[in-house]
Structure formats: C-alpha cells, structure tokens
Design a protein around this ligand. Sequence first.
Ligand SMILES: [Zn+2]
Length: 132
Amino acid sequence: MRNKKKELHSVSRSYPWPSIIRLSRYIKVPYKKVVLTRKNILRRDAYKCAYCGRSDLPLTIDHIIPKARGGSDSWDNLVCACTFCNNKKGDRTPEEANIDLITQPFKPSHIMFIKNVVGRLDENWKPYLYMS
Ligand SMILES: [Zn+2]
C-alpha cells in the first residue's frame, strides 16, 4: 500500500498514517451536488461511448432526445458518445436511428467522484461510502 511507511508524528510519538479517521463528534458537511458539466458526464461514463462502448475515438456529448425535439440538458438525457455514433445518430432519437444505449445515464453522487479526486479508492473505505 502506498501509505504504509508514512507516519504522523507528535512531539514524542509516531503513529501509522491512517486511511480512515473516526470523528468523535459529528461534523455537518454541506451536501455537494455534482455539477452538470461536459467533463463530469465524461467522468460518469468512464470516457466510453454510451452507444458502442469505445473509448479510442474522439468523444462528444450527445443529447439522447435531441434538444430540437424537447430533450433537456440533464443527467438523464446527456451521455458520452464517440463521434462515429454521434454522426450516425444525428438529430434523431435512438429508436429512430436504430442505435441502442449500452449504459443507462444516471445522476452521479459526489461519492462516485472521490476516486477521481484522490486518485484511488481504498478497499477499507468502501463500507463508509455505501459501496460494500
Ligand atoms: Zn460509439
């Protein structure tokens, strides 16, 4: 583990670097909503096209229901799409373009992005992140 040799030092003692800290008092942290941005949609979809799963082509953001047809700018209507699928779909619904979504869009929680912020997800954290 990366932090194995790290230590915390007081004046007279040293402690192993913790991966979990228990708070003895509850501290209210305001709930952070994940902002709807192009970058966050790409992160949510793991930089893979929602129609074909490819990640080796330039990626764009696609409105599942086209904006011109009343589709909204929302987590449920925006997905990551490769340029090939986006061009194939054009200004049509997936049904009209005969193209299927292989992943369903969803509103991500900020917990999902912790890994992106800290660069890893410690196995020991999972029970605290509602992931086990
Ligand atoms: Zn694609």
